[in-house]
Design a protein around this ligand. Structure first.
Ligand code: HSE
Length: 381
């Protein structure tokens, strides 16, 4: 099968290189930006890709919603298979593209959009056909894991950890989506769609790592905890709980050993029990390997990853309960039931009674709206 590639950045170059030696696959034209076509296999004309009758599948590695979305619609409408590493596109338009693919008899797969080389979506997609998935969670952002690891293993402060992540090319020049948790939120949204046939389009609570300080890290590490940014999805009634937040892990948790920019993905099936994958969640070859895996699956007849019947839902985080470690620069209000005050003074540190994710995130938003400062992390039990 001849495969065209849209985009020749980190992922596109890796995909093109791997296609040259892949069984049953061969590289087709590569779409690049105007002024960047410097090899015979490159074109700046999407029409040249779409009108090539030998192209059976197209890999999109451009990122963003447009023009990827318009191209995807044309590709699928023409009956060609479409594989993407673009989580922004799948989060925003995935259900529509899945319906289009189904009606055209074409494949729409997006393993690389969540977890890079870590085979979370692929395995969820297969497992959810024969088992009931009870939860999915993980460390799904390499940049923030690198930063948290640097702060906790080397005592770096937030700014120094971010600067290093940018120097090493993990964080973008604008790292907002990483540090705010939005990147991980988009990934867990895709995982919920694949695992539970419910895509939480609204109501996903998202707390990143922007509030953590070196003092916070020293305090909770002194109490035996390690912090990781966790995205989690759980079916709840007709909807799902879906959220991203820092979590403190005690001794024995595998999350503690996930170092540098690695990712870790977990799911639990009713019959298969807990499954854990650790590996590279970004980068040229890990991400390209997930794309090539999807293409191989297409050769074997696989057509969809977003299940038929998947519906868009509003996430409900009011029934997910955790105790939280909280640090604020003022007294903690009555809305948050406190189990134990750890430190009093200008910075208050406390552990809450079990409260819902909804209540905790809302409380933090209200503190910040009044100019206050708060860091919080769920305590993993
Ligand atoms: N910025 C993302 C990360 C890239 O750090 O994990 C992979 O999606």
């Amino acid at each position: 099968m001849k495969v065209a590639v849209l985009g020749y950045g980190t992922v596109g170059t890796g995909v093109y290189e791997m296609l040259r030696t892949a069984d049953g696959l061969e590289p087709g034209p590569v779409l690049v930006r105007k002024g960047k076509a410097c090899e015979p296999f490159m074109t700046t004309d999407i029409g040249a890709v779409l009108s090539d009758p030998e192209v059976g599948a197209v890999v999109e590695a451009m990122g963003g919603v447009e023009p990827a979305y318009s191209y995807a619609k044309e590709i699928l409408s023409s009956g060609r298979h479409f594989v993407t590493s673009n989580k922004v596109l799948v989060a925003a338009k995935g259900m529509e593209l899945a319906a289009l693919a189904r009606s055209a008899g074409a494949a729409f797969l997006f393993s690389a959009a969540c977890g890079g080389g870590v085979p979370l979506l692929h395995n969820l997609s297969v497992a959810s056909g024969s088992d009931r998935i009870l939860s999915v969670s993980g460390i799904l952002n390499g940049t923030t894991n690198f930063m948290l690891h640097a702060m906790q293993s080397r005592g770096l402060d937030y700014a120094a950890a971010l600067a290093e992540a940018q120097e090493l090319g993990y964080a973008e020049a604008d790292p907002t989506a990483d540090v705010s948790g939005m990147d991980a939120a988009r990934k867990i949204l895709l995982a919920c769609a694949v695992a539970f046939s419910r895509l939480p389009g609204e109501g996903v609570d998202c707390e990143g790592i922007e509030s953590i300080t070196a003092e916070d890290a020293a305090d909770f590490m002194g109490r035996g905890f390690i912090c990781r940014l966790i995205a989690r999805g759980v079916p709840v009634g007709d909807t799902v709980a879906a959220y991203v937040e820092p979590v403190l892990f005690g001794d024995g948790a595998p999350e503690r050993s996930v170092a540098y920019n690695s990712n870790m993905a977990r799911y639990e099936g009713k019959n298969c029990g807990p499954m854990v994958f650790i590996g590279q969640g970004a980068g040229r070859y890990p991400t390209a390997s997930a794309v090539l895996r999807d293409l191989s699956c297409i050769l074997e007849g696989r057509r969809e990853m977003m299940p038929e019947g998947c519906v868009s839902v509003r996430a409900d985080n009011s029934r997910e309960l955790h105790r939280y470690y909280v640090r604020t620069n003022g007294p903690i209000g009555d809305e948050l039931p406190i189990q134990e005050t750890l430190v009093s003074g200008p910075a208050v540190r406390a552990v809450t009674e079990p409260v819902s994710v909804r209540v905790m995130h809302d409380y933090a938003a209200s503190v910040r709206s009044e100019g206050g400062n708060i860091f919080y992390a769920a305590l993993e039990v």
